[in-house]
Design a protein around this ligand. Structure first.
Ligand code: ZN
Length: 188
């Protein structure tokens, strides 16, 4: 098995376009940037703008060795036993009010596909909380899109957000899922 699974079939990258007329959020493949057309939801004239939202982060979605998983599990145990120290060590630089607002907007999406697109957009914007990742990983596992589920696990564990002692429960769950996906994608 190759160690980099996605060299030949990368997870397609999308930008997240918000219709200026009806505010519907749509996932658009990168190559459509600059094109004009009409909004699928309201029919209004739109031009896909690359500056609307950043693309999803590009990360190497490699299989991780057992030691990598063990290190993270050890950190969770440390957090459990030394919560306050871990809390102090974790730099809190997030604008909670901003993200709360964004999460509420995501929850207001009516359609499942719209909601998925919105959560992905929050990941692209760099949401520091685990909630978007939990939603997306759960969703893609259910859809049997294990590569994309693994991708979102990787993004989560690539930044420092998994170290947030307040998110340890979710981080543990995401790590467990990632390990299962890792085995499924690379060992089977
Ligand atoms: Zn529209």
């Amino acid at each position: 098995m190759p160690s980099t699974l996605f060299l030949e079939s990368p997870v397609p990258f999308h930008i997240y376009f918000t219709c200026p007329h009806c505010q519907a959020v749509r996932q658009v493949p990168e190559q459509y940037v600059g094109q004009s057309g009409s909004c699928n939801t309201c029919g209004g004239a739109i031009t896909i703008d690359a500056n609307t939202a950043p693309p999803l982060p590009r990360v190497a979605t490699d299989s991780q060795p057992k030691s990598w998983y063990r290190e993270r599990l050890a950190y969770f145990e440390y957090c459990r036993d030394h919560y306050e120290e871990a809390q102090r060590a974790f730099a809190q630089t997030t604008d909670d009010a901003h993200w709360k607002q964004r999460i509420q907007a995501a929850a207001r999406c009516q359609e499942r596909s719209e909601q998925v697109a919105f959560w992905e957009r929050l990941v692209a914007e760099g949401i520091p909380w685990s909630v978007a990742f939990e939603y997306l990983v759960h969703y893609y596992v259910k859809e049997h899109d294990y590569e994309r589920a693994f991708y979102f696990c990787t993004v989560y564990f690539t930044s420092d957000r998994w170290k947030n002692p307040q998110c340890i429960g979710s981080s543990k769950m995401l790590l467990k899922t990632m390990r299962k996906l890792d085995k499924k994608l690379f060992e089977e």
